[in-house]
Design a protein around this ligand. Sequence first.
Ligand code: GRF
Length: 203
Amino acid sequence: MLVILISGRGSNMQALVEAGLPVSAVISNRADAAGLEFARSRKIATAVVDHKKFATREAFDDALAKEIDRHKPRLVALAGFKRVLTPKFVAHYERRMLNIHPSLLPAFTGLDTHERALAAGVKLHGCTVHFVTAELDNGPIVIQAAVRVRAGESADALAAHVLKQEHVIYPRAARWFLDNKLVIQNGVVRVKGDDAQLVMAAD
Ligand code: GRF
């Protein structure tokens, strides 16, 4: 039903599993990804497709797609998967691949989002689940959670507040998808039944 791609800690993957979503497999590009241990402990199929073993990005993406497609998932969820994907790979999973990004997109695409949010002096920060398109951290927005930035807060503290909300919104988005509730119209996602697509974190 759902295949999750990770590269490291895997706390979002864990949140998806613990929400009771039907996870068929967890795949990592790194054998030492800590999240694999959790998946194994839950008797979920795991696989490693090591990007270092492939000469090109295309060859890696082809091998990854083959591994994913063995499970015939309806949805692919990127959860801290730290690889730039080729347009061919993205096209293959068009409208059936989600990502979670630690900012209120379209602000702060890319890396070090919490540091950059603090440097910009924003008062509101957060996280976004979006459909994956060829452009990095772009694509139709499914749900966002907003977190107030506290005066003098460190990047680590802000990251922890945001991560807590990531674990709330990612399972919700994946469930909507699997329940066929998501409709994309002109690049904008609507949830059938008007479920709230914005979470405001309590202070
Ligand atoms: C999260 O902050 C996620 O938004 C970003 O990478 C981090 C992954 O954390 N894409 P985890 O591996 O899910 O704990």
